[in-house]
Design a protein. Structure first.
Length: 173
């Protein structure tokens, strides 16, 4: 699986220069070898930013997608411009299913995935314990420049919970 084009932002300037130089490769060079090397560099840099567990989640996202007929849904646009959505489905006063969608970078995707995973099995009273910090701890590694992604995921989860609680209060009136 290859990373999303927007994830090229993870690359160091030297690697970005190589990406831009691909159009200038001498036809005698081995393009396959160049691309394999470039892919390896992209993956190494993604591991540096996301950590091994985050990197694996980036390659194999979990809990991505909308939940039809969700009990709660929130959508927040972060200061970075990324939009995060969280969907929650409750059963017996616990989150039975959770998912996320984002138009953001690799870090936003990984944080949304970990936020959704963390919510499953939790009661409404336990959901506020899922914070940006707890998502970062679960992730294991996130650069300072990317920490806002964890807080965006946690904030969106809390907003979904808020909408669920308001819905429950209206239903019980």
């Amino acid at each position: 699986m290859t990373p999303h084009a927007a994830d090229l932002i993870l690359l160091k300037p030297a690697v970005r220069d190589q990406v831009h130089a691909v159009g200038k490769i001498d036809m005698n060079n081995d393009l396959d070898s160049f691309l394999d090397n470039l892919q390896e560099q992209i993956f190494d840099e993604a591991k540096d930013v996301l950590g091994e567990e985050g990197f694996q989640r980036w390659l194999n996202p979990r809990y991505r997608g909308a939940i039809e007929n969700s009990d709660a849904h929130a959508r927040i646009k972060g200061t970075c411009g990324d939009t995060m959505e969280i969907f929650l489905k409750f059963e017996d006063n616990q989150v039975k299913d959770a998912s996320y969608l984002t138009d953001g970078c690799a870090s936003s995707n990984v944080c949304g995935s970990f936020a959704a995973e963390s919510a499953i099995g939790k009661s409404p009273d336990e959901l506020p314990d899922i914070t940006g910090k707890s998502i970062m701890e679960k992730l294991g590694n996130l650069t300072e420049e990317e920490e806002h992604c964890a807080f965006l995921a946690a904030e969106t989860l809390k907003e979904a919970l808020n909408k669920y609680m308001i819905k429950c209060m209206k239903k019980n009136k």
